[in-house]
Design a protein around this ligand. Structure first.
Ligand SMILES: Nc1nc2c(ncn2[C@@H]2O[C@H](COP(=O)(O)OP(=O)(O)OP(=O)(O)O)[C@@H](O)[C@H]2O)c(=O)[nH]1
Ligand SMILES: [Mg+2]
Length: 342
């Protein structure tokens, strides 16, 4: 899964990227590194690892992309930036909420401008298709779909909010439309505005109908470079409950409808990420396609039960160890052991 950090010049994208990946932004600039894989913190994996003492503990990961070369507000996005944005699953729109000494912050204007640019870029694609449709042989279904998209975009509706069905989404797969992706606005503020109360005010002043998230990239990138044991205290002093990395990843999971399930054993304790609503068979396919193909059943317990009761034997004794079929819907925190004919 890829989260793209986009935004206008000087809004703090690279600094945030550094805070999320725990690397000094100066160093990132030198490396000109644009993609980093970040470990998804999960206290359940920590605890399971302590229980099994496995040879390997593998956390889920999430990729962050610093979409460099931000343009000036309102200048338009060039095609190389748009191309990079098309590849991501979630758009994190970084806007400047701190004073940079020469221009006052206008987070609302920046967010609105970026949201409109993304919408415009979809509008261009859809309109081109609508024009082509008059000459090409296109099914009635496809025609109706693109006219519906055109009307929605004209009304400034984000296509993700149209509730398109699976069939419609399949038809759109090749078009890589921006507004089919979820978007999150990150307001990058000064240290004085990061406590929960001020952050709440910043968000309500934005008045956007898309989720917003407040952080101070500079503070967070400094904190991210401290030893983990010292981080909590610094955050507490600033009135923040968790690091930007934790909050950001949690929000990304929520927006992308992702959940984690686990596999455990003496060799390996591991987290896997699937979409909410995935079946046991689909979850098995995350581990290995053969496990999905030759799926027999899943042995399941919840990590909450296992951690509370202390051992697999105790979970079985309590009658909380279950056998599930391929249609079982995997829940966040499940521990699965897939039985397959391989
Ligand atoms: N005061 C303050 N300054 C910040 C904050 N975040 C970033 N800056 C500063 O703002 C400047 C721009 O930050 P960058 O992270 O380079 O911004 P960017 O969006 O990557 O910029 P471009 O790549 O040029 O588009 C740097 O001098 C940062 O140190 C913050 O939270 N507070
Ligand atoms: Mg940058």
């Amino acid at each position: 899964m890829k989260v793209g950090i986009i935004g206008y010049e000087g809004s703090g994208k690279t600094t945030i990227f550094g805070a999320l990946s725990g690397v000094d932004p100066e160093e990132l600039l030198q490396l000109r590194q644009q993609i980093r894989e970040v470990r998804v913190p999960d206290s359940r994996i920590d605890a399971l690892s302590e229980m099994y003492h496995p040879k390997k503990t593998i956390y889920a990961t999430i990729q962050f992309v610093d979409v460099m070369s931000g343009a000036a507000v309102g200048k338009g996005l060039d095609s190389s930036v748009l191309g990079k944005i098309r590849e991501v699953d979630l758009l994190a729109i970084c806007v400047r909420g701190f004073d940079n000494g020469y221009a006052k912050p206008e987070p609302k204007r920046e967010a609105q401008a970026m949201l409109s640019e993304l919408l415009l870029s979809d509008m261009e694609i859809v309109e081109r298709k609508v024009t082509r449709m008059q000459k090409e042989k296109v099914s009635d279904q496809e025609k109706a779909l693109f006219l519906k998209l055109q009307a929605a975009l004209e009304a400034e509706t984000w296509l993700k909010d149209l509730g398109l069905d699976k069939n419609e989404l399949d038809m759109l797969r090749g078009y890589q439309l921006m507004t089919l992706k979820p978007a999150l606005v990150i307001v990058n503020v000064d240290e004085s505005q990061v406590d929960e109360k001020s952050a709440g005010e910043v968000v309500s002043q934005l008045g956007l109908n898309c989720p917003a998230f407040v952080l101070s990239a500079r503070v967070e990138s400094e904190i991210a470079q401290l030893p983990e044991a010292d981080q909590a205290e610094f955050l507490k002093d600033l009135g923040i409950t968790a690091t930007a990395r934790e909050r950001f990843i949690r929000e990304s999971y929520r927006m992308l409808d992702l959940i984690s399930f686990f596999t455990v054993g003496e060799d390996e304790v591991r987290a896997w990420t699937v979409r909410k609503g995935s079946t046991a068979q689909e979850s098995a396919g995350k581990i290995h396609t053969d496990l999905a193909k030759h799926f027999i059943r899943a042995e399941k317990m919840t990590s909450a039960d296992l951690l509370a009761l202390g051992s697999e034997a105790a979970v079985k004794e309590a009658g909380k160890f279950k056998l599930e079929g391929k249609g079982y819907i995997t829940e966040d925190g499940d521990i699965l052991h897939i039985r397959a004919n391989v």
